[in-house]
Each structure stands twice: as structure tokens, then as C-alpha cells.
Design a protein around this ligand. Structure first.
Ligand SMILES: Nc1ncnc2c1ncn2[C@@H]1O[C@H](COP(=O)(O)OP(=O)(O)OP(=O)(O)O)[C@@H](O)[C@H]1O
Ligand SMILES: [Mg+2]
Length: 378
């Protein structure tokens, strides 16, 4: 990437000249960090290394072990569990999701989560850690400040970069950049990142997206779960199905487009198996997402310059967990074509969608100049 694409240090952040604090004997680890509402991804290696030493996806959740749990129930009698361990022990912990709608909602839990990640990257606790952290495209200064606050005392230096830009950077196939027919997603693309808390639609045209280049919609996977659960409760009162089960049902049967009936789903209610017909419920909830995203897409297409728009229409990429909704690429592409847009091409980022933001962050960490890193001070 070119240095021109990187962020300028923010004037309100304490920035200390690198030369005054750098201890030459300390190892430097570079970290790419996607802090997601549902799942986080972290990639890390030592500065100068060619291979990624750590690549991990961790559910963004902290479990505080409840008082009075008998010894031996929780491995190592730990008092705080993280990610999968916290979810597995849900009966014995108070689960806290540090983020809501893409931003830090519980700073203490976020701080604990960051400390856990630090130990994964650097078990010795002695290395200097420099992390590029993705932030939602429209993050206000307060949201950015909250992330810096959580990073203080955990990472030594950070750089916050908008997530859609990092997704494009991560998705970019660096080995094909010299091929004449390769359209570099960082140069000209429209990224649609459908996560748990937010759906972000963003024009990527070689520089950091500005406010006008992006639209963040507070409707994504969690909101679909909410619609499906409300409809199940209406159709089958007193069912007691948990939000987690609703999410699993959605992930197994999600689709957009024409309503598919019947879609029989087996659930356990009061200990007994029942088949529920949820074809219409799931289809309508997922189509609602599409209806919310589509106007954002066309608004941003209108904002692209007339010179770039034809190529842009060829490079619409859907990423995030919502990209797994069956038919989302073809239905969006057809809607654009039916509305008269010139030869639109909508593609899915693919199975690696969970890692693209972190991969972009890691690439940005490797490319960052010494004076672009910001120190985070306690
Ligand atoms: N097969 C699927 N069908 C529908 N939704 C899915 C599927 N797989 C995952 N999801 C949904 O994707 C969402 C999580 O996406 P992702 O991991 O990109 O979110 P995140 O990055 O943690 O959140 P955010 O970007 O909002 O901070 C969840 O709502 C999840 O249920
Ligand atoms: Mg995300």
C-alpha cells in the first residue's frame, strides 16, 4: 500500500516521539486486530518476520465466573474466561459482550478482552506490541477514544483505521497487482460489510473513506435475529427458544429473494422436539436487511465520479457474516441490473471473510512508518 493511504495521527491523542521511548533491545510484535461485535480476529508476528505467527478468531465475549462455583468446575479455577471458553461455560459465568453496535459499550470487559489477546500474542509479556485496529467506518471521535482507552497498558502503540478500508486491503490479492486485468479492490470498489451490529457500505477509492464515502446502518445480523424471534413468539407463544438458538436457526436457513416454503426447522420446546415452519419468517427478516442496505448502495454509487463508476459497478464485494445469507449476491446484482445500472457484478468475499479486516490491519501494520504509530498512554 502507499503511505499516502495511512491515517494522520490525531491531534487529541498523546503522541510521543518514537525516538524518546524506543528501547532497542525490546522485540517488536506487529498485530492486525479486527474488534468485531460478535467475533474478533487477531493476526500477529514479530516485526521483520515473513510468516504470521498467530492467527486466531475469538468470540468477543468475556465470562466472569459467578460466585460460589465449586472448585474444579472451571478449568484452573479461573475467575475470568474468554471467547469460546466463556460461551461453553455459560451456566457458570456472567457473559459480557464488550461491544454493541460496533463500538465499545463495556470498557472494563473490553480492557479484559484486550489483555487476554495480548497474552496470546506475547505470552512473555516483554515485547513491544504495535496494533492496527479496525474501527467502524463512521466511528465518532468518542468511539475511537474508547478503543484507545482500552488499548492503553495493553498495546504500546496503535493505529486506528476504518474497517471497510482494511477489508479491501485484506481482500486484495497482492500477487496479482501487476496483472493488467486485475481490478485492485483498494483502488475502486464498493464494500458491503454485514456484521452482527452494523452493516457498513463504503466506497473504497485508494484513500481513507471520508464521511461521504460511507453509510453505516444499525441493522445487521443481530437485528435479523430480533425480527425472527419476535415472529416465532407471535406464531408459537411461550416457546422459550433462546436468542442463541434463533441465531443458529438463522445461520442454517438464511436466504433472500422469493419466499421458500416450507422450511421445517426442528427445535426443542419444553424438552420435546417440534417442527416449526419458518420459511416465510426467515425470508422476510433477511429480505428486510436487503431493503435496508439497497438504498445505501445506490446512494454511494451516485456519489462515485462518472469516470470511476463503470469499473466500480464491476467490483461490489459483500463481506462479514451476512455475506453467508444464501442468494444475497445474486439478488443484489439482479436488483441493480433491473434498476438499469450498467453491468453490475456483485461478488462474495468468500469463506475467509472473517479474516479480511484483520489481514488488512496486519498489512497496514507492516507498512506503517515509525512516525505514524501513536503511543497510548495510561
Ligand atoms: N450463514 C449465515 N446466515 C446468516 N447470517 C450469518 C451466517 N453466518 C453468520 N451470520 C451472521 O453474521 C453476523 C456476524 O458477522 P461478523 O462476524 O462479520 O460480525 P462482527 O464483525 O462481529 O460484527 P460488527 O462488524 O457489526 O462489529 C451474526 O449476526 C451471524 O449470525
Ligand atoms: Mg465486523
Amino acid at each position: 500500500m502507499t503511505t499516502a493511504t495511512l491515517e494522520k495521527p490525531n491531534s487529541s491523542t498523546p503522541v510521543v516521539s518514537a525516538a524518546t521511548v524506543r528501547k532497542p533491545d525490546r522485540k517488536v510484535n506487529l498485530v492486525g486486530f479486527d474488534l468485531g461485535t460478535n467475533k474478533s480476529c487477531i493476526l500477529a508476528s514479530q516485526a521483520g518476520a515473513t510468516d504470521i505467527a498467530l492467527s486466531k478468531i475469538v468470540p468477543t465475549v468475556v465470562g466472569y465466573v459467578k460466585d460460589g462455583i465449586v472448585d474444579g468446575i472451571i478449568a484452573g479455577n479461573a475467575s475470568i474466561l474468554y471467547g469460546e471458553d466463556a460461551l461453553k461455560n455459560f451456566l457458570h459465568v456472567n457473559l459480557v459482550a464488550p461491544l454493541e453496535n460496533g463500538v465499545v459499550a463495556h470498557p472494563e470487559a473490553a480492557g479484559d478482552f484486550f489483555r487476554h489477546l495480548r497474552i496470546l500474542v506475547d505470552p512473555s509479556g516483554t515485547a513491544e506490541l504495535r496494533a492496527v485496529i479496525g474501527v467502524p467506518a463512521n466511528a465518532e471521535e468518542e468511539a475511537r477514544e474508547n478503543i484507545r482507552g482500552c488499548a492503553a497498558g495493553v498495546f504500546d502503540r496503535v493505529l486506528l483505521i476504518p474497517e471497510p478500508f482494511l477489508a479491501a486491503l485484506g481482500y486484495r490479492d497482492d500477487s496479482r497487482l501487476n496483472q493488467p486485468n486485475y481490478v485492485d479492490p483498494v483502488t475502486n470498489s464498493l464494500f458491503v460489510d454485514i456484521g452482527g451490529g452494523t452493516s457498513d457500505v463504503c466506497l473504497i477509492q485508494g484513500y481513507f473513506p471520508s464521511r461521504d464515502d460511507q453509510i453505516c446502518i444499525a441493522f445487521a445480523g443481530d437485528a435479523i435475529d430480533g425480527l425472527i424471534q419476535a415472529e416465532i413468539n407471535r406464531l408459537y407463544p411461550g416457546n422459550g427458544i433462546s436468542r442463541q438458538t434463533v441465531r443458529e436457526i438463522k445461520e442454517a436457513h438464511s436466504y433472500v429473494g422469493a419466499i421458500r416454503k416450507p422450511t421445517d426447522v426442528k427445535v426443542i420446546i419444553g424438552g420435546k422436539a417440534r417442527m416449526l415452519e419458518l420459511g416465510e419468517t426467515i425470508g422476510q427478516a433477511c429480505n428486510t436487511l436487503l431493503d435496508r442496505i439497497y438504498p445505501a448502495l445506490t446512494t454511494l454509487i451516485t456519489r462515485a465520479s462518472s469516470d470511476s463508476v463503470v469499473q466500480l459497478l464491476q467490483n461490489i464485494v459483500i463481506t462479514g457474516g451476512g455475506s453467508q445469507i444464501r442468494g444475497i449476491d445474486t439478488v443484489l446484482q439482479k436488483r441493480l441490473a433491473d434498476d438499469g445500472y450498467e453491468a453490475p457484478k456483485v461478488r462474495l468475499a468468500g469463506q475467509d471473510y472473517k479474516r479480511y479486516v484483520a489481514m488488512g490491519a496486519y498489512k497496514a501494520a507492516r507498512a506503517a512508518r515509525e512516525n505514524q504509530w501513536q503511543h497510548v498512554l495510561d
